[in-house]
Ligand binder design. Structure first.
Ligand SMILES: CC(C)C(=O)C(=O)O
Length: 337
């Protein structure tokens, strides 16, 4: 019998990479998620998006009131302070999601204990770019996170590059050590839903998605598809996948920046384990060095998947330009994207 698992919707945070929602739209989405029985919905610690001129507590409170069956989760990044968390919690947030690069966990974990002291029932650590370290290292960091007060350690496939076998191996290894795990997947290689299913089958207790797959880079695991697929394996049976699919159609589909397909650039990002936070820098350097952007991100990501510097990108671009010149394969690649 599958264990009881929780579904986390990240639409309100991730959709901001594609479009801006009004407060009324955010509230409507929150209300629909709640009606469908989604367990958690996530908002960002930067609070209300910049257009709204709202304090974090106003935003959290509006969303929480619209979603009585759903717990509001606030995602916080390095640099956030406990006072922001306290304000969000006072306004109705019942879950804190600490996010940092897996190699920089120390920048965020001190907020775990403070969050627990505030009475937050659930604190997660979302280990961005989990794939950048070995499974053994991820397990060690997860153990440190739990010792610091974290309840659930999340594997975050930030570049959408992980394979189901990798997700299964890590999730199962964590589970066997008594560490509660979650999975947050991006869709650069069209595996976000498959990876989420693999995580559930391997003992994960939380999985994330967004309506219509909206989100950064190639988007996230598509919530309504994930629900339907998970139900076939005995998970998330109380969530109304049809309602989510209808609302995703009405509220999100027409507002996505990208079509449903995965572009050549998305694939290269996934293969190269390159996080899109540095994509504009890479684009500028690819242009100035006259090398194809997919080649650059693939090569740079292979060399440093966590924090590739401008210098690394420039050196890599020079290397690629020379290689292209030498082997004369640039024109072939350029034709293909
Ligand atoms: C904020 C984190 C968890 C994220 O969305 C990612 O790294 O993909």
């Amino acid at each position: 019998m599958p264990a009881s698992v929780s579904l986390v919707d990240c639409t309100l945070r991730e959709v901001e990479y594609e479009t801006h929602l009004t407060l009324a739209e955010s509230v409507q989405i929150a209300s629909e998620l709640s009606a469908a029985g989604v367990h958690y919905l996530e908002v960002a610690d930067r609070g209300a998006p910049s257009w709204a001129d709202l304090e974090i507590e106003d935003y959290v409170s509006a969303v929480a009131q619209a979603a009585p069956r759903t717990t509001v989760a606030i995602m916080v990044y390095p640099g956030a302070c406990l006072e922001t968390i306290a304000r969000a919690v006072a306004a109705g947030a019942g879950c804190v999601r600490l996010a940092a690069n897996i190699t920089e966990a120390a920048d965020i974990l001190p907020l775990a204990e403070g969050s627990k002291d505030l009475g937050v029932p659930l604190v997660t650590f979302n280990a961005m770019k989990t794939y950048a370290v070995s499974a053994a290292e991820a397990i060690r960091i997860a153990e440190d996170a739990c010792a610091a007060g974290v309840d659930v350690f999340y594997t975050a496939d930030s570049a959408g590059c992980m394979l189901p076998t990798e997700v299964a191996h890590l999730s199962r290894s964590l589970h066997e050590r008594g560490i509660a795990t979650g999975f947050h997947g991006h869709d650069n290689t069209s595996l976000a839903v498959a990876n989420s299913l693999e995580a559930l089958d391997s003992g994960a207790v939380m999985v994330d998605g967004t309506l219509r797959g909206a989100g950064r880079s190639a988007g996230n695991a598509q919530l309504e598809v994930l629900v339907k697929a998970a139900q076939r394996n005995g998970f998330l049976s109380a969530v109304d996948g049809d309602l989510l699919a209808r609302r995703a159609e009405e509220l999100i589909a027409g507002r996505r920046l990208r079509d449903r397909g995965v572009s050549y650039l998305d694939i290269a990002i996934g293969e190269g384990r390159f996080h899109t936070e540095r994509l504009e820098m890479a684009r500028e350097i690819a242009d100035s060095h006259d090398v194809p952007l997919p080649d650059l991100v693939r090569e740079v990501g292979r060399r440093d998947p966590i924090r590739p510097s401008r210098q690394l990108m420039e050196v890599t671009a020079e290397y690629l330009r020379d290689a292209h010149g030498r082997f004369q394969w640039k024109s072939t690649l350029a034709d293909s994207h």
